[in-house]
Design a protein around this ligand. Structure first.
Ligand code: 13P
Length: 257
């Protein structure tokens, strides 16, 4: 049995794709058909798809279901929003929170991210908290500061008990998303260590060990293994490559070997 501490998380983020449920079914079914090749107690494979498609898929299959966002209130007059209860009821296990695209296009702040993490945990699902710097921030030498701020504010007033075995953190440098460029594995390892240091200031050693850190940004089946193996991280958050069933399965298979 693989210990939870050693588990690798391969998470696909479909973003606002594909355009129809039929297309989503084609991709997901192809992945599930290959699932026997991905089966391993070492790996957790997750697809975070648009809300609209979630209830059409088997939440008990080999690939777990994830959402890309939620709202912090549980019900009421919040036009266009989706609650944690709604997501849990369709079998969602993971929710991406604070993705840089939501911060950029929807004005999501660290305070909102904090409220959403609380709602996700209250709803019994696992938040995947995204942090990462812009190219300008990196050039100004502020990447570390940005990540410290994002983490500290996202986790404000959240206890050790709340996040034990639940929280995942994804380091996604914004300049690496969809660009075909990734940081060096040394850089990623450095940020991984920084994240662990921040978590160890806020919580105990058990929380540091129980919180997987993932990398996201231009992951492919070609670079995926090194991005985990050479960085000491515990998984990947994958955009574009998760929309191609064969590519996603190929990535998972790299870790099943
Ligand atoms: P890409 O893998 O397409 O660069 O996207 C990364 C991402 O934003 C995942 O959340």
């Amino acid at each position: 049995m693989t210990q939870e501490k050693e588990k690798i998380y391969i998470v696909g983020n479909w973003k606002m794709n594909p355009p129809s449920l039929d297309d989503a079914e084609t991709i997901f079914d192809e992945m599930e058909n290959d699932a026997y090749r991905m089966r391993s107690d070492k790996i957790e494979a997750v697809i975070c798809m648009p809300y609209l498609f979630l209830s059409d898929f088997d939440a008990k299959g080999e690939i777990k279901l994830g959402a890309q966002n939620l709202f912090w209130e549980s019900r009421g007059a919040y036009t266009g929003e989706i609650s944690s209860e709604m997501l849990r009821k369709v079998g969602v296990k993971y929710v991406i929170i604070g993705h840089s695209e939501r911060r950029k296009y929807l004005g999501e702040t660290d305070e909102m991210v904090n409220l959403k993490i609380k709602a996700c945990l209250d709803g019994g699902m696992r938040p995947i908290l995204c942090v990462g710097e812009t190219l300008e921030e990196r050039k100004r030498g502020e990447a570390g500061e940005v990540i410290i701020r994002q983490l500290e504010q996202a986790l404000q007033d959240i206890t050790e008990k709340d996040i034990y075995g639940k929280l995942l953190i994804a380091y996604e440098p914004i300049w690496a998303i969809g660009s075909g460029t990734t940081p060096s594995t040394d850089d990623i390892m450095g940020v991984g260590l920084l994240i662990k240091k921040i978590i160890s200031k806020l919580y105990s050693r058990e929380i540091v060990d129980s919180t997987p850190i993932l990398y996201g940004g231009s992951v492919t089946s070609q670079n995926c293994f090194d991005l985990v193996d050479k960085t000491g991280l515990r998984g990947l958050l994958i955009g574009g490559a998760s929309l191609e069933a064969r590519e996603f399965v190929g990535i998972v298979k790299e870790f099943v070997k």
